[in-house]
Ligand binder design. Sequence first.
Ligand code: SAM
Length: 278
Amino acid sequence: MTMTYRRLYNELKEKANTLGKEESAVKIIILETTGFTLSELIMNFDSPTPAGTREKIIKNFSAYAEKNIPVQYIFGFAHFYGLRLKVNESVLIPRPETEILVDIALDRLRGYDNPAILDLCCGSGAIALALKKNLPASNIAAVDISPAALKTAAENARDYNLEISFILSDLFAEVTGKYDAIVSNPPYLAGEHEAEPIVRDNEPPGALYAPDQGLRFYSRIFDEARGYLKKAGIIILEIPANKKNEIMALAAKSGLAGRATVEKDLSDRDRVMIIKTD
Ligand SMILES: C[S@@+](CC[C@H](N)C(=O)[O-])C[C@H]1O[C@@H](n2cnc3c(N)ncnc32)[C@H](O)[C@@H]1O
């Protein structure tokens, strides 16, 4: 029987189900391997899959389903806030739930002429790039401790022609100046027990785990942020949904809790903490 795209798609979908993997990954794998758009795939659904293409699709599928490698690392990019960003094993794959942090930051900074924004722990540059793209008049500095992550972020900024200052720094250590907003999605897992196997086995540990039960970056940011914020500043942080109370307590310890609010993500989980410091 001819191996049409339809047949290959259905066979791989069934295999994904048997292996307990995401069915939706099969479509991504076929589209990315072939270079087809979705409508091109639909048009070609009952055409034979050329042998070389079939082999590549099966190889990529097995990297995902059997070797447990995220599709974003297989193809080298991830989608975030309408951007297609380069990713590799030195950066966290930007997550859809982080987009809400960008929404909130854009909303809060709408009234500013040219806000100065500091993105701590920038990874692929996802947050910084999404903000700069939507607030072209902003001045954005993005920090990471990993030279390889910063290199990837700088490539992403170059690809989109977005001007961002990248700073190799342990949080605030090399940062100068004052900002209207500090945004961050820092590492916040307490350890491997809190990570899904596909995350634990592929993403950089330095992007995932933090000391003090995952809370160290929050206490460090709360302790130091005031020195880097203008008078009426704002801190916007992604938080792990199950540690909201502990993080509120840390903010209180640094004298910030009275001004802290938390917003939920689309799954109704506490996701973003917002602290005004004026
Ligand atoms: C959870 S990832 C977030 C990446 C990106 N902001 C995003 O949302 O996709 C955390 C990032 O923090 C960086 N990082 C870890 N420790 C750091 C430190 N002490 N100072 C600055 N960056 C750090 C890691 O290299 C990693 O890129």
